[in-house]
Design a protein around this ligand. Structure first.
Ligand code: 8YV
Length: 325
C-alpha cells in the first residue's frame, strides 16, 4: 500500500518491534548485516518518513539534506554522536535515542569486564582449555583484588551511576568526575565523592569511562592521563572509542604503565589498534554493552514508540538533549 508512511531500518533490528512497525508502515529493512553506504543512507533519507539508525550510520548534513518527508531519525542506542543534531533541528527533523533502558545492562557488562580483567578470567580459561592445567600452583594467575578498592567513574550519568551503585556491594570507595557536581551521586546509596579528573586518575584502582562522545570528551584520555594512573590500576571503556587514544593505551600496557584494560568500544571501531590482540592484559569484547535479550527488545520497542509518536503527530518521547535545548 503506497499510502503507508515509509520507515527505513538501516541495520538488524529485533523482531517484536519490527513486527509492530510492519503492521502500520511500509518498512524498508536492511537485514544484510552490513552497514549502508553514505549514498544508500541519502536514498533512505529521501524516501522515508522515519529512519531507524544505529551507531555506524553517519547521519550528516548530506544525508539530512537529501530528506524530503523525513520527520524523525530514531537512533537505536543511547549514544547519538553519529548524528548531526544541529542540522536535523534546523530541518525540523526530530532526533531520538534510547535513554533510561540500557544503563543497568551496560553497568553489568562494565562489572563483568572489571572483574574479568582484575582476575585474568579469559587467559585463565584459555589456559585450562589448552590442557595446560596440571595441578594447583600458588602463583597461577595472580590478579588484583576488587573489594575495598577505589573505583573512579568518569561521567556520572545513568550508566556511571548504575556502575557506582554496584560498587557498594564490593565495599569500594567511589570517586567520580564530570562537568558538574551531582547531588544524586552523593546520596547514601552511591556515596561517591566529586573530584577533579587528575585526582581520580591518581587515586583509583579502577577507572571506568561513562561520558558521551562530544567535542569536550574527544580524546580526554591520552598518554598523559594514563601516565597519572597507578601501575596496578585498570582502565575500562564501555562508552565510546574516541574518548581515548587506543594507541597510547597499547603502549602503556606494553610498558606496564598500568596493569590492564578492558574495552568494549574502539577508537576506530570496528578496526582494532595495532598490537592490541597481542596483549594478554586487555579484554576486547565487540561492543556488547547493551547486548542482553531483554534490553535489546526494550530498546527496539522504545525506538518504535518514538516512530509511532512522530508519525501520529505527537512529539517523540525521548528526544535527544540537543534537540530539546
Ligand atoms: C547500541 C550503544 O546498541 O546505546 C549505545 O550508545 O552503543 C549500544 O547500546 C549501539 O549504539 C547500536 O546503535
Amino acid at each position: 500500500d503506497s499510502m503507508k508512511p515509509v520507515v527505513s531500518i538501516t541495520h538488524i533490528f529485533p523482531d517484536p518491534a519490527l513486527n509492530r512497525l510492519r503492521e502500520r508502515f511500509e518498512v524498508h529493512y536492511n537485514d544484510s548485516g552490513q552497514s549502508l553506504s553514505a549514498g544508500e543512507l541519502q536514498n533512505r533519507a529521501a524516501e522515508s518518513d522515519a529512519m531507524i539508525t544505529y551507531l555506524s550510520d553517519r547521519i550528516d548534513s548530506e544525508v539530512l539534506g537529501a530528506a524530503k518527508n523525513l520527520k524523525l531519525v530514531a537512533n537505536y542506542g543511547a549514544g547519538f554522536n553519529n548524528i548531526d543534531v544541529a542540522r536535523a533541528r534546523e530541518k525540523k527533523i526530530w532526533v531520538t535515542n534510547t535513554p533510561g533502558v540500557l544503563h543497568e545492562t551496560t553497568a553489568d557488562l562494565t562489572w563483568a569486564l572489571l572483574l574479568g580483567i582484575a582476575r585474568a578470567i579469559v587467559p585463565a580459561d584459555r589456559y585450562t582449555r589448552e590442557g595446560r592445567f596440571d595441578g594447583w600452583q600458588a602463583k597461577l594467575f595472580l590478579g588484583h583484588d576488587v573489594y575495598g578498592k577505589t573505583l573512579g567513574v568518569i561521567g556520572c550519568g545513568e550508566i556511571g551511576r548504575a556502575v557506582a551503585r554496584r560498587a557498594v556491594g564490593f565495599n569500594m570507595n567511589v570517586l567520580y568526575c564530570q562537568r558538574h557536581r551531582l547531588p544524586e551521586a552523593e546520596e547514601h546509596r552511591l556515596n561517591a565523592t566529586y573530584v577533579p579528573l587528575e585526582q581520580l586518575l591518581k587515586e583509583s584502582d579502577f577507572v571506568s569511562l561513562h561520558v558521551p562522545l562530544t567535542e569536550e570528551t574527544r580524546y580526554m584520555i591520552r598518554a598523559e592521563q594514563i601516565a597519572m594512573m597507578k601501575p596496578t590500576a585498570y582502565l575500562i571503556n564501555t562508552a565510546r572509542g574516541k574518548v581515548m587514544d587506543d594507541r597510547a593505551l597499547v603502549e602503556a600496557l606494553r610498558q606496564g604503565t598500568i596493569a590492564g584494560a578492558a574495552l568494549d568500544v574502539f577508537e576506530n571501531e570496528p578496526e582494532l589498534t595495532e598490537g592490541m590482540t597481542a596483549l594478554d592484559n586487555i579484554l576486547i569484547p565487540p561492543h556488547i554493552g547493551s547486548a542482553s535479550h531483554a534490553t535489546r527488545d526494550i530498546m527496539a520497542n522504545l525506538v518504535a514508540d518514538n516512530v509511532f509518536d512522530a508519525l501520529d503527530g505527537r512529539t517523540p518521547r525521548t528526544l535527544v538533549p540537543g534537540w530539546q535545548a
